[in-house]
Design a protein around this ligand. Sequence first.
Ligand code: ATP
Ligand code: MG
Length: 381
Amino acid sequence: MPTREDVLEALKSVIDPELKKDVVELGMVRKITIGDERVDVMISLTTNGCPLRNHFVVAVRKAIRSVGAEAGEIEFDVLSPEEKTALQKKLGIQGSLPTGENVSLIKNVICVGSGKGGVGKSSLTVNLAAALTAEGKSVGVLDADVWGYSIPRMFGLGAERPPVSAERKILPLEAQGVKVMSIGFFVPEDSAVVWRGPMLHKALNQFLEDVEWGELDYLLIDLPPGTGDVSMTLAQLLPQAQFLLVTTPQDTAQKVARRAAEMATKVNLGLLGVVENMSGFSTPDGQRYAIFGDGGGQELADELDLPLFGKVPITMGLREQADAGVPIVSVNPDDAAAQAVRHVARAVIASTPELPPLLQELPPMLTVERNEPKGASLPMA
Ligand SMILES: Nc1ncnc2c1ncn2[C@@H]1O[C@H](COP(=O)(O)OP(=O)(O)OP(=O)(O)O)[C@@H](O)[C@H]1O
Ligand SMILES: [Mg+2]
């Protein structure tokens, strides 16, 4: 059996997601009981009803197993008022300690981007969301294209405004089992929204903090074309986000996608993989036309050393369904594009972790302090 010191050492891998420090350093390890066959641990939390309990249980169990013991009982108590005061002092926190309510319960954040416009980011986002849902995952879509939002239309939403809960949280609308949020729900149709840097930052922050996403396996973020402001802001707000690159087989699209990948890397967003869209068109009698050429997705993937998750052909169904407001994946799973997107969804699942980000260790450089956003609030009444 491991010694008490071994267990304590292993528990340094258990990070309090809000205080961003490990439970040993925070003095939250109340008790370690080493039995003949198993190790029991008691952790002291800042509040009784801490929503992060489950996450601590998983992380503590993992730590105990890492030193070759079986995890027994994981119990919790609450820090005494004196202990809390001491901890506040030690961490230099003014006011009360965080209570776990604002921590994101989103396991994977995936930004769908391309650099180039019109390659099918939004179409893939909605269909991928539907495909991940069909695989039993809980999924949200955040439309970060605040200038040219198209997600509401593609999900047939927008006639109603998202409701606001008693806790003053915005509730996402739902379509095909997917939770959806877009600036398009708040502004009159066709009105131009002029965003300046700080306002954009604030709006995106609100979409992440003030929207009641709940527990999600995947939050897909539909990025606007270009490589600027939005990805920078998201990288600041969501250091755990990963980038899914969309390109067409065409050389020019691929070049721009490469620049988008460079930008993502610069702002420390991880790169997840590549999807090639508009990969040829097949006639009903089976003749294939490579309208935008061939091989761009694979080339980009090879160059960036990323997996190519799939090649999505051009189909009438995909376009028609985007206009009709129900993703093709939901209505006609036999459509060639729908099949390809479902393949992409399975590849995405295979290459993303099961654990929520709070339990994944972030590289130290990414645990940056958040900047408080400045600017106007969303027009949400
Ligand atoms: N595989 C496909 N088959 C048929 N039509 C497609 C396919 N992918 C995209 N389209 C169509 O191409 C157009 C552009 O797609 P979409 O709006 O998804 O691209 P985007 O990259 O999000 O564009 P933007 O950069 O403007 O946000 C749309 O009309 C869409 O219906
Ligand atoms: Mg788009």
